[in-house]
Design a protein. Structure first.
Length: 292
C-alpha cells in the first residue's frame, strides 16, 4: 500500500499565526506574506500576481506553498515536493540596483539558504554557482561525488509594465526538509531529515527571509558593489565551485567551456581560467569535474 505523506504525523502545516507575527511588518521585514496549500510554481504564481496587480504587492513580499506540483528549475526542469515536506517560497524584491548587478541576487539567496541550513543544525552548507546549495556527503561509496544538493534557487525579473521604476525580481527557493531518499528526484539530492535534523519549516522560513532581505540591503547600501559590501568574500568562502575544475554548458549545451573557476565577477558572472585564457560565464549549467 502506498503511503500518503500528508498522513505523516511529523509533517505539520506551517504555524501561520507564528510565521506572520515573526515576518510581517512592523516586527518583521515583509510587507506581505501569502501562504497557500498548493501551487504549481510559487515563482510563476507570484510573478503573474505582480504583473496583474503590482500595486497590491509591496516589496519585500513572499508567497509560500505547502505543496508544489510543477516547480521550475534552471533550463525549464520540473520540480515538485511532497506536501509539507519542503520549504517552497518565492520572495518579491524591488532592489535599488543597476540591472548589471542583478546577477548577484541568486548568489545571495544561496548564502541566505546556507545560513538557514546552518541555523537548523546542519553545518557545512556550500553554494554551487549559480543556484544550488549543497551539503557534504557522509561518504561517496556510490561514486556520486562529495556533495548532495539540498536546495535550489531560481531568480527572474518581472519588468515594470510602464517601463518606469525599478523592476521586480522574484527569487524562488526550494529547500528539502523532511523528504526520505525515496521521495527525492535523484540520488545526488538530500534533505535536512536525511542529514539528521528535525527542522521546523517556520523557523527555516524566518531565517531565510531575514537573511535574504539583509544581504540585498547590504548590496544596495554598497551601490551594487559586492566586494565593498563584503558579500563577494562571503560568497567565495562558502563556494564549492571556486577553485575547482568545472565544465560550463552554455546555450542549451551547444557551447561547452572547461576550466578552473577562479572568481565571481562584479556582475555575478563566473570567471573561468581556460587553456585559451579567461572566459566569463553569465548563464548556463556548471558541472564540477572530478580529478583523479
Amino acid at each position: 500500500m502506498s503511503h500518503d505523506p500528508r498522513d505523516d504525523p511529523r509533517r505539520d502545516p506551517l504555524d501561520l499565526p507564528s510565521v506572520r507575527r515573526d515576518l510581517l511588518a512592523p516586527a518583521g521585514p515583509l510587507a506581505r506574506l501569502d501562504v497557500v496549500e498548493a501551487s504549481g510554481s510559487t515563482n510563476a504564481d507570484l510573478a503573474d500576481a505582480v504583473r496583474r496587480a503590482p500595486g497590491e504587492w509591496p516589496a519585500p513580499a513572499a508567497l509560500v506553498a505547502e505543496h508544489q506540483t510543477a516547480g521550475r528549475g534552471r533550463a525549464g526542469r520540473g520540480w515538485q515536493t511532497p506536501p509539507r515536506a519542503a520549504l517552497t517560497v518565492s520572495v518579491l524584491l524591488r532592489p535599488r540596483l543597476e540591472p548589471a548587478r542583478l546577477g548577484w541576487l541568486p548568489l545571495l539567496a544561496g548564502l541566505a539558504v546556507a545560513r538557514a541550513v546552518d541555523a537548523a543544525g546542519v553545518p557545512g552548507a556550500a553554494v554551487k554557482w549559480p543556484n544550488d546549495v549543497l551539503l557534504p556527503a557522509a561518504d561517496d561509496a556510490a561514486g556520486l561525488g562529495p556533495f548532495r544538493k539540498v536546495a535550489g534557487v531560481l531568480a527572474e525579473v518581472v519588468p515594470a509594465l510602464d517601463g518606469q521604476g525599478p523592476a521586480a525580481v522574484v527569487v524562488g527557493v526550494g529547500l528539502n526538509v523532511d523528504q526520505s531518499a525515496a521521495e527525492l528526484p535523484v540520488p545526488t539530492a538530500t534533505s535536512l531529515a536525511l542529514e539528521g535534523a528535525r527542522a521546523d519549516r517556520g523557523a527555516l522560513l524566518g531565517t531565510l527571509v531575514r537573511e535574504l532581505v539583509g544581504v540585498v540591503a547590504d548590496l544596495e547600501a554598497a551601490r551594487g558593489d559586492a566586494d565593498a559590501a563584503g558579500l563577494a568574500a562571503r560568497y567565495a568562502a562558502a563556494s564549492a565551485t571556486l577553485g575547482t575544475a568545472v565544465r560550463a554548458e552554455l546555450a542549451g549545451g551547444r557551447d561547452v567551456v572547461e576550466g578552473e573557476a577562479v572568481r565571481v565577477a562584479a556582475d555575478g558572472a563566473l570567471v573561468l581560467a581556460t587553456a585559451g585564457g579567461e572566459r566569463t560565464v553569465t548563464a548556463g549549467d556548471v558541472h564540477h569535474l572530478r580529478t583523479a
